[in-house]
Design a protein around this ligand. Structure first.
Ligand code: AMP
Length: 355
């Protein structure tokens, strides 16, 4: 099924709660756009193995996996245009991960920002899977010889590690087998958490951190109304200045100020993305911002933007058989590709017995 002239593009999303506008801005909108780009053969998957490394309730996981596929379809991903599958349906991902584990220095993983962040968030569950997360990600990408990886900025470090792992493999075994993957970023590649804007918007920070794509308008309004912003409504910093300030030691007061600025810019970003650039410019030109008017306007823009998505999602939730079929046919197609790669890998690394 893979056309040799096309570049392989691959990315995944975890089933760990409903997808949010950060996922959309950083990655998923790119997926929908790229699936019709003739330069790429697109593969998108539900990273359920990855999601086991975070705290979770097993009773909810099944629904989360199913609902995520519904979400992807409702967003417009089309199994005729891209290969949609679930990671754990392809056991070879775990096998290739193990092989890559034997090539990856511990020190490289110790540097990963996501590992440090997540270890702080789930102090009682700092498991090996959390540490090894980027190696499994390398296996996901390289299994299909992925060259382009549309992800949010938070994942760039992991894609760089994937390049290192491909190089380690090729050098150790004297082959040119795995390509060097590159991240594909969207223009605005990070949304900030609503209630803690110095962090990225994330499901793991709880309901108040994010707006789910399926949140109804009243919920969106409530979340945006309680977004952390500053009190005077004045913008005094750029995104770049905030990022730079965060790399330096900071006082409590300085942190509060930064938090306010990060929040106000996040609000403007939402208006720019889900309303328009002109609307955002107008608001910036009329400082101080009047939150009483601005927040309901932003909430309306966000909920209108996803109105069609919500409708399609409701329709699809009522057709579980159709969704199940997407899982099944995706698994079959991905399995065939993974089997081909692993046959060669086993030969290259010397574990295939002679006939
Ligand atoms: P995850 O659910 O962590 O697997 O994330 C799925 C995709 O969404 C990844 O490509 C992330 O880089 C992207 N993403 C997650 N959170 C954000 C955010 N707050 N802003 C931008 N992109 C994000």
């Amino acid at each position: 099924m893979i056309n040799n002239k096309q570049k392989i593009l691959i990315s995944g999303v975890q089933p760990s709660g409903r997808i949010h506008i950060g996922n959309w801005v950083g990655a998923l909108q790119n997926w929908v756009r790229l699936q019709t780009n003739p330069d790429y053969q697109c593969l998108f998957f539900i990273a359920d193995y990855h999601s086991l490394s975070s705290d979770y309730d097993p009773a909810e996981k099944r629904e989360q996996i199913f609902e995520l596929m519904v979400d992807l379809l409702a967003l417009g991903l089309d199994p005729e245009k891209c290969l949609l599958f679930r990671q754990s349906d392809i056991l070879e991902h775990a096998e290739l991960c193990w092989i890559f584990n034997t090539l990856t220095p511990m020190a490289f993983l110790e540097r990963m920002t996501q590992f440090k962040d997540k270890s702080g968030e789930q102090e009682k569950n700092i498991n090996v899977g959390l540490f090894d997360y980027p190696v499994l990600q390398a296996a996901d990408i390289l299994m299909y010889r992925g060259e382009f990886v549309p992800v949010g900025r938070d994942q760039v470090q992991h894609v760089e590690l994937t390049r290192d792992i491909a190089r380690f493999f090729n050098n150790k075994y004297g082959v040119q087998f795995f390509p060097e993957a590159k991240p594909l970023l969207t223009n605005v590649s990070k949304l900030r958490s609503l209630n803690d804007p110095l962090k990225k918007m994330s499901k793991s920070l709880g309901e108040k951190s994010y707006i789910a794509l399926s949140d109804e308008p009243d919920v969106v309004l409530k979340k945006i109304k309680s977004m952390v912003t500053n009190t005077d409504g004045l913008i005094t910093m750029t995104e770049k200045e905030i990022e730079d300030a965060l790399t330096r030691p900071i006082t409590k007061k300085g942190e509060e100020e930064l938090c306010g600025q990060a929040g106000i810019l996040n609000l403007i970003t939402l208006l720019r993305l889900f309303g328009s650039a002109e609307e955002a410019e107008q608001v910036i030109a009329n400082q101080p911002l009047k939150y009483g008017e601005l927040k309901p306007l932003v909430a309306k823009r966000v909920s209108d933007y996803f109105a069609e998505f919500r409708e399609r999602k409701t329709e699809l939730m009522a057709k579980p058989h159709e969704v199940k079929e997407v899982f099944e046919s995706g698994a079959e197609r991905a399995r065939a590709l993974a089997a081909e790669t692993m046959k060669e890998v086993r030969e290259i690394i010397g574990i295939t017995l002679k006939d």
